[in-house]
Design a protein around this ligand. Structure first.
Ligand SMILES: [Zn+2]
Length: 94
């Protein structure tokens, strides 16, 4: 008598996190020459670009940067996934 494993494939969808308060992106940049890092900025890369320009202005030999962009994803049940109905009934927290 053997055992068998049944893996049920559920349908899930992957998308960008859009929950209230969640930034669509967090931008920052690091100077490659000295490692200095800008402040992080939510949803707006302009302050980070300005930081890099000012940093090079103060340190004219520092001209290479590593930008970082953090984004957030979420996975939710797709139609046909039993969790979708549970979620609709309030049985599963988002
Ligand atoms: Zn630097």
């Amino acid at each position: 008598m053997g055992s068998r494993t049944i893996i049920k494939a559920a349908e899930w969808t992957l998308s960008a996190e859009t929950a209230e308060g969640a930034p669509s992106a967090i931008f920052s940049v690091a100077c490659i020459a000295c490692g200095a890092e800008s402040e992080a900025a939510d949803n707006d890369r302009l302050p980070v670009e300005v930081w890099a320009l000012k940093h090079t202005g103060l340190n004219p030999t520092h001209r290479q940067y590593q930008p970082k962009v953090l984004s957030f994803w979420r996975v939710d049940p797709a139609p046909g996934n039993p969790y979708l109905e549970l979620q609709a009934r309030g049985g599963v927290q988002r």
